[in-house]
Design a protein around this ligand. Structure first.
Ligand code: SAJ
Length: 439
């Protein structure tokens, strides 16, 4: 796909203009590289000088399939240059993190300080006719906040004008501001940036249209127009939908355990109903999106978002439940064998077949077991080294361990089950991710 996209660009209509991308992380850098390969002159901005230097040398500071090829091509073409300060451009894209506030809140509450400072940082470079797009996942109302800040910093760009440019009550600004949430799946970012449908919500109709025209120059999916608040909530709802459905699967797994029922068999059978589609239970929900975004709704709609909040709690509880299960099995082993077991923790990443450890429940579990003085062997086939644990090759770990705990359904583990069953004979297996059940 990547080489195909790079080659196919030559046949696409030429684009003109420049784009300034603020924040060169998991979304900003792939977007900047894609736009540069599409033909835009891209100014990539990051506050971290190290990141800027790495990118300008044609390299990358994050891992994502195909990203290295895109960035190298973009930098070599001279159309992607990174800086620590913004510059003038036709389009500004804000793709900075929106973490939680550190403390002082009973419910995890989004902190939009980076969005605010990014907005302030571009204010002096914005000119009449520019498009400002917020891509960061944001609580409802953030795009309007961006507009407010720009109006304070550059009031002359917010003169009330009508189509003839004369003062009237339409309150249109001379720039266009919209939210276009990123919706790409880590591991498939380069494909999904191009192929996914995009939602574009402007602070007014003309902003939506202008921003949508820009996305149509590099997105092959549909570009759908709405207002900024709907676009903001749409992104949060997509991830909450998934979280709620995973919570259902996780809750089922605990109910099944109580009755000694195999949840994987139950799931298969229930999913034969034409209108049932239960997701996979696991060790909890990780990554920087699904475990985070639902709180953006709950923090602001405390009374209304009861189901969304409960789903978050169920998914978090599932991780603690897994830890307790493993500890109980370790204790039983110790009572029987008069020594502590060696436990192989199979998988550290937050989901199968990636090396991303962000908010990973598998990593959290492995850490918790180690802190409880259990003998653990950390296995992660997608990572060679990790500061906290020695990473052990999975065949060695299986040979050495007494208890094998499958935390992530990596393809290596599935093939181990299929092709090397004998290695697992006489081992106690705890499978929390269905690796022994899924083909
Ligand atoms: N998981 C389960 N059971 C399942 C599916 C997933 O336990 O049946 C777990 C995974 O193991 C992982 C977590 O959920 O720990 C999240 O993984 P994921 O693959 O569902 O999603 P992410 O976090 O990698 O990416 C999501 C995507 N959102 C949706 O699918 C609705 C992606 O499209 C978003 O762009 C991304 O969040 C984001 O950036 O918001």
């Amino acid at each position: 796909m990547i080489n195909f996209y790079l080659k196919s660009i030559k046949n696409q209509p030429k684009v003109h203009g420049s784009v300034c991308v603020i924040g060169l992380g998991y979304i900003g850098l792939p977007t900047a590289a894609l736009l540069a390969n599409r033909g835009y002159n891209v100014i990539g901005v990051d506050v971290n000088k190290k990141v800027v230097d790495i990118i300008n040398s044609g390299n990358i500071h994050i891992k994502e399939s195909g990203l290295d090829t895109f960035v190298r091509a973009a930098v070599e073409s001279g159309r992607l240059k990174a800086y620590t300060e913004p510059k003038e451009a036709d389009v500004f894209i804000i793709a900075v993190p929106t973490p939680f506030h550190e403390n002082g809140y009973d419910i995890p509450t989004p902190n939009i300080d980076y969005v605010i400072s990014a907005t302030k940082s571009i204010a002096k470079y914005i000119k009449e006719g520019n498009i400002v797009i917020l891509e960061s996942t944001s609580p409802v109302g953030t795009t309007e906040k961006v507009a407010e800040i720009l109006a304070q910093e550059r009031p002359e760009l917010f003169k009330t004008v009508n189509s003839e440019g004369k003062k009237n009550a339409n309150h249109q600004s001379l720039i266009y501001i919209a939210h276009c949430p990123e919706r790409v799946l880590p591991g498939k970012i380069m494909n999904e940036l191009v192929e996914n449908d995009r939602i574009v919500g402007g602070i007014d109709k003309i902003s939506s249209q202008k921003a949508a025209s820009f996305y149509k120059t590099f997105v092959s999916g549909e570009v759908l127009i709405t207002n900024s608040k709907t676009a903001e909530l749409c992104k949060l709802v997509e991830n909450s939908f998934r979280d709620v459905n995973i919570a259902f699967a996780n809750e089922l797994s605990m109910i099944c355990d109580k009755y000694g029922i195999d949840v994987w068999e139950l799931r298969e059978l229930a999913n034969r109903h034409p209108r049932v589609n239960i997701l996979y239970p696991g060790v909890g929900v990780g990554g920087h999106c699904i475990a985070v975004d639902p709180w953006f709704i709950v923090a602001d709609a405390k009374k209304e978002a009861k189901l969304i909040k409960t789903a978050r709690e169920v998914n978090n509880y599932k991780t603690e439940w897994v830890i307790e299960k493993i500890k109980n099995e370790a204790l039983k082993f110790e009572l029987k064998n008069k020594r502590k077991p060696i436990i192989a923790c199979m998988g550290l990443a937050f989901k199968p077949d990636i090396d991303d450890l962000r908010e990973s429940p598998a990593l959290y579990i492995t850490r918790a077991l180690k802190q409880d003085n259990l003998n653990i062997l950390a296995v992660e086939p997608n990572i060679c080294e990790y500061e906290e644990f020695e990473i052990i090759d999975y065949t060695t770990a299986i040979e050495t361990a007494d208890i094998i705990v499958f935390l992530v359904a990596h393809k290596e583990f599935k093939s181990l089950i299929t092709n090397h069953q004998s290695l697992l004979t006489n081992k106690q297996i705890l499978d929390f991710c269905g690796v022994t059940k899924l083909s």
